[in-house]
Design a protein around this ligand. Structure first.
Ligand code: ACO
Length: 431
């Protein structure tokens, strides 16, 4: 028998029955599409903690068990065995590429990495001290003014080309945002380099001398990009879908995603973690900061801790912590005071009743900042890196939404608590 759920209005005794939908894995979902029409009531769910906003086949998270799957594959196996381009292909197409498909995809992405020359002037319109996320938001949005030939969202070929352009150009945009802040010349992408390698090259090369990217660091960067590639219907992905639900072009939608990611409760947390570790400054100060994090009257939170979905160790944080040790070893950094503080902080928090009871564990951002800093990436670029990796997930989700026959413009309702209708007051009689 098909599953249903019955809702009862205790005042009138009226009941309504709604279908229950089952996914392949994960909790069932109550189909409330007819709820308003039938009950004359809305549902109330600020922060969408109990709301499934769409059907998706891309990413699955079991927050209680700390499981993350992309198209069914565990993140640990993808991070261990694939490069970023393979994961991007998987997210976009649903299957891992074979050798021929992988080569073709890499070539297609590589051939879209350059930016239109006129986009240079967009960079120079920003102040030198502009945050890279401000630059990325502006330049990603501006792409829609340059690539008119791929803006018809009803045309699958246009959607494919726009997707490739976004994935390919984002490392160039991010690296150039950094170069601009330094006052150094922009470095053009190189077609003989892999995705992560090319990004590091554009960040750190200068025209005056040869620059070779350290392969261990390129591998670590590749893995970091994989870990950030997609994460189900988080704030920025939902923003991309909501913006796209009106039929907006993909470049504009990704710019909206970048804006949403920027906040400290989301992608901005990696920057906030590093600032927090510096603020703690010494292992002996940790108890004082843990005490502050637990104090309801203090708005300080342990950055890099807690997650809306994970109520267990974030599987990405585990891989990130291992990658962190590998990178520091490769760079010959034996003692990193910030890493020492992070390890000790994690240990203390994981044994503390407050964090245990609220199921607060390290998330993906807890260790990433330490790796980035060791690689010579400045703090303000941390979230930009996240945005460049997440562009793949955003665009895969945007494509899925556009192909979904159930897709409608997103239009939530509200619980109105303002004034009911009242009589207009002419200005003379207003106090
Ligand atoms: N430090 C101290 N207390 C915390 C923390 C934290 N990092 N995170 C949550 N709590 C507490 C809250 O105060 C709340 O306590 P209460 O129930 O007594 O009121 C309880 O745990 C639940 O927290 P909420 O904020 O209601 O949980 P929500 O799911 O809305 O927030 C979030 C999740 C935003 C990630 C939160 O844990 C947080 O602010 N963490 C720090 C920022 C961070 O690391 N963000 C990165 C998230 S991962 C990502 O975007 C890649």
């Amino acid at each position: 028998m098909a599953k249903t759920i019955t809702v009862k209005d205790n005042a009138s005794g009226k009941t309504w029955t709604f279908p229950v939908m089952s996914g392949t894995v994960g909790p069932d979902v109550v189909d409330i599409r007819k709820f308003y029409a039938e009950t004359d009531m809305f549902t109330y769910d600020p922060g969408f903690t109990s709301t499934g906003s769409c059907e998706s086949k891309i990413t699955f998270i079991d927050g209680d068990k700390g499981v993350l799957l992309h198209r069914g594959y565990p993140i640990e196996e993808l991070a261990e065995n694939c490069n970023f381009e393979e994961v991007a292909y998987l997210l976009l197409n649903g299957e891992l590429p074979n050798a021929v498909e992988k080569k073709k995809f890499q070539r297609d992405i590589t051939y879209h990495t350059m930016l239109h020359e006129q986009l240079h002037s967009f960079f120079s319109g920003f102040r030198r001290d502009a945050h890279p996320m401000a630059v990325m938001c502006g330049v990603a949005g501006a792409l829609s003014a340059f690539y008119h030939d791929s803006l018809d969202i009803t045309n699958p070929e246009h959607r494919r080309i726009s997707s490739y352009r976004l994935i390919a150009k984002m490392p160039t945009i991010a690296a150039w945002a950094y170069k601009y802040s330094l006052g150094q010349p922009f470095i053009y992408p190189r077609n003989d380099l892999g995705y992560a390698e090319n990004f590091l090259y554009m960040m750190f090369a200068t025209p005056c001398e040869d620059y070779e990217v350290n392969p261990i660091l390129a591998k670590a960067m590749d893995r970091i990009l994989i870990l950030h590639a997609d994460h189900e219907q988080n704030a920025s992905t939902s923003t991309v879908r909501l913006a796209g639900s009106s039929g907006a072009n993909p470049f504009a939608c990704i710019a909206a995603g970048i804006a949403s990611l920027w906040g400290p409760a989301h992608g901005g947390a990696n920057e906030a973690v590093l600032n927090m570790l510096k603020q703690i400054g010494n292992k002996k100060n940790i108890p004082e900061f843990v005490k502050r994090a637990k104090d309801k009257n203090d708005n300080f939170r342990l950055m890099g801790f807690g997650h809306r979905v994970y109520k267990n160790y974030d599987p990405r944080a585990r891989i990130m912590s291992r990658t962190c040790s590998e990178v520091l070893k490769e760079l010959g950094i034996k003692n990193n005071p910030l890493l020492d503080i992070a390890i000790e902080l994690e240990k203390i928090a994981l044994e503390d009743e407050y964090f245990i009871e609220k199921k607060l564990y390290p998330n993906v951002d807890f260790y990433s900042g330490i790796i980035f800093e060791a690689m010579g990436i400045p703090v303000t670029m941390f979230t930009a890196l996240f945005a460049l990796a997440r562009t793949t997930g955003w665009i895969a989700q945007w494509n899925e939404m556009n192909e979904d026959p159930q897709q409608k413009i997103g239009r939530p309702r509200q619980l109105y608590t303002g004034s009911p209708k009242r009589k207009f007051k002419p200005i003379k009689s207003r106090k």
